[in-house]
Design a binder for this molecule. Structure first.
Ligand code: FAD
Ligand code: COM
Length: 518
């Protein structure tokens, strides 16, 4: 054990230590426990990802004493290591490359014709760069949030109050399980061949430059986000999915705009299909896959397969040690106070199932903390704004147009670009990062739609494809939940050219007693 409680490492010093441990592995755990504090821990957070770190911070802020234990030498968990941060790096690259390819050879853009961009250096760049966020999480947690932790060695659950790490036991009044989830693997022979990756192994293990064809298995967020990245690098990209891709976006026009744009970039979709075999070469590297499609079986030669077929919870240890109640997929069941079936044991984050998003992980941690500290606090996830990336940023909230029409008699839709029977592309929407498209390739400058219940004048859904609207959607969502109307939205002050044109579109129509779409 290495006692770091009396050191005050800078983020740079943490980065050195984390780098060394990620390279060498197997070192003594880093222990930051205040030996002068004689209070019993209020809770041990098993897992220091978004859920554990935010839960522990909140508990500490309320005056309690949390201890975080994590097998990794850093706090922050999957997000900066395997998930949100690399996803945003790759999606930024995809957006940048869409720009470069669209304007190839024009203005100051280099000629991208026939050019393939290497994936390996981008992954290596991320691998080097991720230590920065890791180091900051440790620095912030220790120096600014006063968190106590044991990092760099896996924890074993002894009982509902006790965990053991590297031969040391730690006891607390409560245990908060926050051990996250991992990518599901394909249950096919060949799924362990070299060249078959998921989101975690891609960033940890890629050590060669993938060839000209990428096969992506899955149709959800991760599959589409990574497929767009591979496509943008110039590779043939084939997406194999059981369901329609992007089925999670509840609006037909938005899905259609996105599918058109992805197909325009050459992406190939095989919905209603299943990967049935992966064949390897004599060195154990994937060389082809076989896919069952609605129109028969096909074989695709590839040395690069990316799978995103769902997540499995890291709940086995809690099941064995505590007999904790789980659902059919192994996700830990909790009530709205984040309590599990075992007294004094809470569970939060991806470990408790969908939605597997940062806001839910962090808020779940916070609610567990409040309950542990004696409040009665209930967390109901409810409606939430959502997003993903294609080559664009895509945000949505509430009902899609079709869903709204099932629920309301008078649905009014405001959208950009407008329906245009002449087929002329209007250079709208246009905003930050989309202006070159608006001027030179207007059909690429995005799409947006506001769905309104005409009778109550309330906003019931919003959709945006483009860039820079995520923040707006965060703040719009609670206002929509509270009944935001067209008239109230039309009263707001836009920062024109604003990424989504909802405010000014509403103002153009709000004067009318009977709302009309456009
Ligand atoms: P984790 O962050 O996984 O934390 C679990 C922790 O438990 C880890 O640190 C692990 O080391 C530790 N642990 C596990 N077992 C043990 C053990 N035995 N002993 C000690 N420690 C242990 N969400 C968004 O909101 N925005 C995004 O852009 C986004 N992008 C994503 C992209 C991808 C590719 C993926 C897969 C997910 C993405 N998510 C995104 C989801 C988000 O990453 C998760 O919801 C979030 O990280 C979950 O946090 P958590 O604390 O529950 O789990
Ligand atoms: C963010 C990780 S990358 S955490 O949620 O701040 O712990």
């Amino acid at each position: 054990m290495i006692d770091v409680s009396r050191t005050h490492w800078s983020a740079a010093r943490w980065a050195e230590e984390i780098d060394r441990r990620l390279t060498d592995g197997g070192l003594e755990p880093l222990v930051n426990i205040d030996r002068e504090d004689t209070r019993e821990f209020d809770a041990i957070f098993l897992g220091g990802g978004a859920a554990g770190r935010f839960g522990a911070s909140y508990l500490r802020a309320m005056g309690g004493r949390p201890l975080i234990v994590d097998r990794w030498p850093f706090l922050g968990g999957s997000c900066p290591h395997h998930a949100c941060v690399p996803h945003h790096v790759f999606s930024d690259v995809a957006a940048q490359l869409l720009l470069e390819r669209t304007f190839s050879g024009q203005l100051w853009f280099q000629d991208m014709h026939g050019k393939t961009v290497s994936i390996l250096p981008i992954v290596e760049m991320f691998r080097r760069g991720r230590t920065g966020p890791h180091a900051f999480m440790n620095y912030q947690s220790k120096e600014q949030l006063d968190l106590e932790f044991v990092l760099g060695s896996p924890a074993t659950i002894v009982d509902a109050h006790t965990v053991s790490v590297a031969g040391q036991t730690y006891r607390a009044k409560n245990l908060v399980l926050a051990s996250g989830a991992r990518a599901k693997t394909l249950s096919l022979d060949g799924s362990h061949l070299k060249g078959v990756f998921d989101h975690a192994t891609l960033v940890d293990c890629l050590d060669y430059e993938p060839g000209p064809t990428a096969v992506v298995v899955g149709g959800g967020k991760t599959a589409i986000e990574y497929a767009c990245f591979f496509n943008a690098t110039g590779r043939r990209t084939i997406v194999v999915s059981r369901d329609r891709p992007l089925a999670l976006i509840p609006d037909g026009d938005t899905r259609a705009y996105l599918l058109d744009r992805m197909q325009e970039q050459g992406m190939e979709f095989l919905p209603g299909s299943e990967l049935i075999a992966l064949d390897g070469d004599s060195e154990g590297r994937v060389k082809s896959v076989r896919v069952r499609t609605p129109s028969g079986e096909i074989e695709v030669a590839t040395d690069f397969v990316f799978t995103a077929v769902g997540m499995a919870p890291n709940s086995e240890a809690a099941q064995h040690a505590l007999g904790i109640d789980v659902d059919a997929n192994g996700f830990i069941r909790t009530d709205s106070r984040m309590r599990t079936s075992v007294p004094d044991v809470y569970a939060v984050g991806d470990l408790v199932g969908s939605p597997m998003e940062m806001f839910k992980a962090r808020k779940g941690g916070m609610y567990a903390a409040r309950n542990i500290m004696g409040e009665e606090a209930h967390y109901h996830v409810g409606d939430y704004p959502d997003f993903l990336h294609t080559h664009f940023e895509v945000c949505w909230l509430g009902l899609g147009e079709e869903q709204a029409r099932e629920r309301y008699d008078n649905v009014v839709v405001l959208k950009l670009p407008p329906d245009n029977p002449d087929g002329i592309h209007v250079a709208l929407p246009a905003g930050d990062r989309m202006m070159l498209y608006a001027m030179m390739k207007p059909h690429l400058s995005g799409f947006q739609k506001l769905v309104i219940d005409g009778a109550s004048r309330r906003i019931v859904g919003a959709f945006h494809v483009g860039s820079g609207a995520k923040d707006g959607f965060q703040y719009l969502a609670p206002m929509v939940r509270r009944g935001l109307t067209v008239d109230e939205l039309g009263e707001m002050d836009e920062l024109f050219l604003n990424p989504s044109y909802f405010i000014q579109l509403c103002r153009l129509r709000a004067g009318s007693k009977v709302l009309r779409g456009m």
